[in-house]
Design a protein around this ligand. Structure first.
Ligand code: ZN
Length: 321
């Protein structure tokens, strides 16, 4: 027997190794994943706030904004080295008060309405050290697919112990069968919301609130209507620090921060603009932390008034990490 002869066991081992190597090579070619950070935690007073990345939606800005004119949009985007299709982050947030674990929005889940490369909230929640069973409450900023899709997959509640809450106006609109029947081309928005909320409604775990509301200790709901009929933001306060979870008050920071009167397709354009202007003014004046569903991940920072508009100051810049 020469030293090159192999025992059956060694042969099996080498075959396995070869197969693994091949699988690795094939996998590397078939799965060109882009590495990206998926979760980010920060202390707000005694609370821990964690941003969860769901993915990005390629936003065709010229189609989505009716004002300003495309030339102005182009100039605003060019200032941030962006083209006319912007990769818009989708972020959800976890607020751990030490007593309760609250999520705000749930990402797209298994929906592919906005393309591939989304649906990572659940994996990032686990990566951040939480299990879906641990989530006590989920507060919805509104019921569009990129905020509710992750609640339910294949008809089953992803968060089996969570109570889901949203403004009664939002529920009255998006969960209404009559409105669904009359919705025309907006039908999928209603269907998605109904399917996402269904297991929670069925088990008595969907509890709408009416307008401003105290939720768990330190967390309040504040109406910020316009984007949708019951669009809501959530204020989080602990030990003198305050954070406001925004939802869809701003979509593209490079546009709506320097030019807060910019106009997207929203349920009530004038109301949405008023909500945006009021919230930005207060956030700059009070220097509150903001957690925004669509600003670049982690979407946590502050705004500063500048030249008739606002400038975004990301948390990493302010806190140095
Ligand atoms: Zn959204």
């Amino acid at each position: 027997m020469s030293r090159f002869d192999m025992t059956p066991l060694t042969r099996t081992f080498r075959t396995l190794l070869l197969l693994l190597l091949l699988a690795g090579l094939v996998g590397a070619r078939a799965d060109p994943r882009i590495e990206s950070p998926g979760w980010y935690s920060a202390k707000i007073g005694r609370f821990t706030v964690t941003a969860l990345f769901d993915g990005t939606i390629p936003m065709p800005v010229e189609q989505e904004f009716s004002a300003p004119a495309p030339a102005r949009l182009k100039t605003l985007l060019a200032r941030d080295s962006l083209g006319m299709t912007v990769p818009m982050s989708v972020n959800a947030f976890v607020i751990d008060t030490g007593q309760r674990i609250v999520m705000v929005d749930a990402g797209t889940g298994a929906l592919r309405t906005f393309g591939e490369g989304l649906g990572r909230v659940l994996a990032n929640l686990r990566a951040a050290g939480y299990s879906p069973e641990q989530i006590d409450e989920i507060y919805l900023t509104h019921m569009h697919a990129d905020h509710v899709g992750g609640l339910t997959v294949d008809g089953r509640a992803v968060y089996p112990n969570a109570v889901v809450r949203a403004d009664a106006r939002e529920a009255g609109h998006y969960l209404s069968r009559e409105k669904l029947a009359a919705a025309g081309p907006a039908k999928p928005d209603f269907e998605t919301a109904i399917a996402a909320l269904e297991p929670y409604v069925r088990s008595g775990r969907f509890k709408p609130f009416d307008g401003p509301a105290d939720l768990v200790a330190g967390v309040k709901a504040m109406p910020a209507r316009g984007h949708t009929p019951g669009h809501t933001m959530y204020t989080v306060e602990s030990d003198g620090e305050k954070l406001v979870v925004w939802g869809d008050l701003v979509h593209i920071g490079a546009i709506e921060l320097p030019l807060p009167t910019a106009t997207m397709h929203e349920a009530d354009v004038a109301e949405a603009r008023a909500s945006r202007l009021r919230t930005l003014r207060d956030a700059a004046r009070e220097r509150t932390w903001i957690a925004a569903a669509h600003l670049g991940f982690p979407g946590i920072g502050k705004v500063r008034a500048e030249r008739g508009g606002y400038r975004w100051l990301p948390i990493a810049l302010l806190r140095g990490h």
